[in-house]
Design a binder for this molecule. Structure first.
Ligand code: ZN
Length: 179
């Protein structure tokens, strides 16, 4: 009978029986594991939420993703570490949360009015930085930005690409976002 083992780094359970330095790992964490024991210890001590790796787990061609970018991004807690506002994790999938419509409202309001970022942020209980992150987050159109590349995600978009692109143009026009 196959036994499931739990990846020490991300908690993902699988039957792949991969291990390094006698430590069970999932296929992704295995792939990115350093080859010296010292570095390896450091590597496994930095935990990653297995949910975050879900999008990438399905890419068997994980070689396309550069190792450093992935590990850094995931452990820094940048956009990948928590579900973005408007989404939640359910059964390891990113799905729209109850407040998902608020995202569209924010995009619409930014695009169609002259409200300042500060006021718009306040209105939605966000920091200005948090608001900027939302307005430039590709997750909302069903994509995943990883290692500075845009990948097609497997989750449901919550705003249209048209709205998103218009907002990007306005952000650039106002000098809020660099081209
Ligand atoms: Zn893992």
């Amino acid at each position: 009978m196959e036994m499931k083992t739990k990846c020490i780094k991300c908690g993902y359970e699988s039957e792949n029986n991969l291990e390094k330095f006698r430590t069970p790992l999932c296929n992704i964490c295995f792939r990115f594991a350093p080859s010296t024991e010292e570095k390896f210890k450091e590597y496994v001590s930095e935990k990653i939420d297995g949910n975050l790796l879900e999008t990438f787990r399905k890419f068997s061609e994980i070689g396309n993703l550069q190792k450093k970018g992935m590990i850094k991004k995931a452990s820094q807690g940048s956009p990948m570490s928590r579900p973005p506002f408007g989404y939640k994790f359910e059964n390891r999938r990113l799905i729209p949360s109850q407040n998902f419509r608020e995202i569209e409202e924010i995009f619409e309001e930014f695009l169609t009015t002259n409200i300042s970022l500060t006021k718009l942020a306040k209105k939605h209980n966000l920091s200005v930085n948090g608001l900027k992150k939302i307005l430039t987050n590709f997750t909302y159109i069903g994509k995943i930005k990883f290692n500075n590349q845009i990948h097609e995600g497997s989750h449901q978009p919550i705003i249209s690409s048209t709205l998103f692109n218009h907002v990007q143009n306005k952000l650039e026009r106002l000098g809020i976002k660099r081209k």
